[in-house]
Unconditional design. Structure first.
Length: 195
């Protein structure tokens, strides 16, 4: 479980004045002014690391948070009950994250770009139904499985006798780079730019 506790609070503190002045009630009356440099913050200005609201806002700021996590986190912030927030952070978050992970993994089965290794690993994860294994696979295993499937897809392009020399060169460059990002970029973008 990754909890970003301080960064969202700092970002909110920096963006709050700009967002406040951008609202319609202030926009008409406030003239643009230079923003003064922020003062050195004291420990009283720092967000409380034990405040469950800070942890929940950090979870919401995580782009990997799924629908159930987002829905439950927003409901907890709306209710503003610190005890309920603490209880959710201890047990409910894990349950909500497990459901969101299961949904994300299941969607890969319907994705036409999912290759044999991704599908095999997804089926094994769903059969095992282990939330920790699903989370670990989404964080690291998926990238490895997708890269292997991408290598196979690029090899098929190279095996096609009608592949142009420019496309062959781009495919070989992606294979020579051999990073998951380069392989995926070639299949999603590069091959269409060359072809």
């Amino acid at each position: 479980m990754r909890l970003h506790r301080v960064a969202p609070g700092i970002a909110a503190g920096i963006l709050a004045p700009a967002l406040l002045l951008a609202t319609p009630s202030f926009a008409a009356t406030a003239a643009p002014t230079a923003v003064p440099a922020p003062a050195v913050s004291s420990s009283a200005d720092e967000p409380d690391a034990d405040d469950p609201r800070v942890a929940i806002v950090g979870i919401l700021a995580d782009p990997d948070s799924g629908r159930r996590v987002t829905r439950e986190a927003n409901a907890l912030l709306d209710a503003n009950d610190p005890e309920a927030m603490r209880a959710w952070l201890e047990t409910g978050y894990r349950t909500a994250q497990a459901e969101d992970d299961r949904v994300a993994i299941t969607r890969l089965l319907a994705d036409p770009d999912s290759g044999r290794r991704v599908i095999a690993e997804v089926n094994a994860l769903l059969d095992a139904n282990d939330p920790e294994a699903m989370r670990a696979w989404l964080e690291t295993g998926y990238r490895t499985a997708q890269a292997e499937d991408d290598r196979v897809a690029i090899a098929r392009i190279l095996a096609d006798p009608s592949t142009s020399p420019a496309l062959r060169a781009a495919a070989h460059a992606a294979l020579d780079d051999n990073t998951p990002e380069a392989l995926r970029h070639f299949l999603e973008v590069g091959r269409h730019q060359v072809a």
